[in-house]
Structure formats: C-alpha cells, structure tokens
Write a protein that binds this ligand. Structure first.
Ligand code: KIV
Length: 269
C-alpha cells in the first residue's frame, strides 16, 4: 500500500492517470472507500446538508468539521485526507485562516485543507502554503456563495465569468495550491483550465476532461434524496435498500419472529 500524497497527485496528472475522489464524514465510510482504493477522501462541508439536514453548507462550523475530520481520519490508511474549511473560518483574515487550517492538521489528522474562492483567496492560500499546509482550491459553483449566486446553476457560461475563473485558477496555482476543484462549470471551460494548469483539477459536474472527479458519497450511493443533480451518477440505490430493510425489521418485531431462539441467550452456555 503506497500512501497518496500531494506529490502522488501531481505525478498522476503528469502521467494522465485520473484521480478518484469521494467525500466521507465518518470512520466507517472513510474506511470502506479507502479499502476500495479511492485516491482522496474529502471531508466536505456538504456534511451540513447530507449529515445534518440543512438546506445549504453555510451552517457548518469549525467544531462540527473537526468532529467529522477526526472520525474520517480513523478510517483512512492510504488516501489523502482533505478537510473542507467551513464558511467564515478562512474568509475574514489570512491569520484566522491559518489558525483554523492548522487545527485540521494538528487536532484532526487532515493532510490538506480545501478553501472556496478565486483570485481574492490567493493571499490566504499563499499564507497557508508558506506555513506548510497543503491547500486545494475550489472554483465555479462554490456553495458557500450560494446566496450571492442566487441558486445552484452552472457558473462560467458567459465569457466574463469564464475569464474570471481562468484568472482565479492561475492565481491559486501561483499561490501554491496543489489542486483545484472545479464545480459545475461548462465542460469545455473545465478542459481549458485543466490543460492550462500544472496542478490537477478535480471536477464535479464539469465534464470528463478534468484530471479527476469528485462526488458526494451519499449522492453516488443513492442515499441523499433531497436533490437530484444531472451530474451525479447513482451507482446504487441504497435509500431503497435501507427503507426495505427497516420495514422488514419492523415487520419481524411486530409478528414476533425477531428475535428467534438462535438470536437469544440461555441461562447457561
Ligand atoms: O463539500 C463538499 O462535499 C464539496 C465537494 C462536493 C467538492 O465541496
């Protein structure tokens, strides 16, 4: 088993080997994904939506994210573990960003952090990188700006915004980011950005020409039903499985077939 590092990812891009990324929020799923051979586990602030049931990611806090990263880190051996920095943990000042990012590495076992935002985030990214903290950028439909965007639509369709995304990608690479998530931007724009960078891009809803892909684990497993997204490929329909297992369990209790004698203890032996 060879541990995945940020150097591995850069090497994968150089060789044209695609990078597979999934989110995880706890030790159990992180361990299953790690055993399956995922390259990067992102503890996303999507936890606020898929775990905590909020409508956006904005309510995720440092303490909640530290809990999820600590849990996930106990399940990971091979994958690179990236902690998503929650809203307001990195936007106020680079110094505050550094303190908060440092907590993910020092207290929670993360090996890198992810921050949303383009060119304006470059000084913050540089500050973290200079302190020895690997940073993954995130451009396009950055969910922490959902109210600024006014919805979950595709970003970068007009040339002005596309140019801004291209400039943002260059600025984050120059500031020392080791990788960039490109979320929900047109496939040709994602291809153009990916080809222009030395660091790998990780796409989500941004077409096939990114250097890797990321999905929310509960989406691709068919567990999260609150949103239907065109770019999510559902590999299983686990919500159906869970509901039918629970229905069977309830039925067995009600009709007295659970627990059986084999599932009970005698006074001895
Ligand atoms: O929070 C998250 O899960 C993310 C990924 C979907 C990129 O940011």
């Amino acid at each position: 088993m060879k541990k995945v590092t940020i150097t591995t990812l850069r090497e994968m891009k150089r060789k044209g080997e695609k990078i597979a990324v999934l989110t995880a929020y706890d030790a159990l799923f992180a361990s299953l994904e790690d055993q399956a051979g995922i390259d990067v586990i992102l503890v996303g602030d999507s936890a606020a939506m898929v775990v905590a049931g909020h409508p956006t990611t904005l309510s995720a806090t440092m303490e909640q994210m530290l809990f999820h990263v600590q849990a996930a880190s106990r399940g990971v051996q091979r994958a690179l573990l990236v902690a998503d920095m929650p809203f307001l943990s990195f936007q106020v000042t680079p110094e505050e960003a550094l303190r908060n990012a440092g907590r993910f590495l020092a207290e929670a076992g993360a090996e890198a952090v992810k921050v949303e935002g383009g060119q304006h985030m470059a000084p913050t990214v540089r500050r973290l990188v200079e302190a020895g903290i690997p940073v993954m950028g995130h451009l396009g439909l950055t969910p922490q700006s959902i109210h600024q965007f006014g919805g979950w639509g595709v970003r970068g369709r007009d040339r002005r915004e596309a140019e801004k995304l291209i400039a943002g990608a260059q600025a984050l690479q120059e500031a020392g980011a080791f990788s960039l998530v490109l979320e929900k931007i047109p496939a040709p724009l994602a291809a153009e950005i990916s080809a222009s960078l030395e660091i790998p891009t990780i796409g989500i809803g941004s077409g096939p020409d990114c250097d890797g892909q990321v999905l929310v684990n509960y989406d691709m497993l068919g567990l999260y039903e609150q949103m239907t997204l065109k770019f999510v490929r559902k590999y299983r329909n686990l919500s159906l499985e869970v509901r039918s297992a629970v229905e069977e369990y309830i039925r067995d209790i009600k009709n007295g077939s659970f627990p059986s004698a084999d599932e009970s203890y005698d006074l001895e032996g």
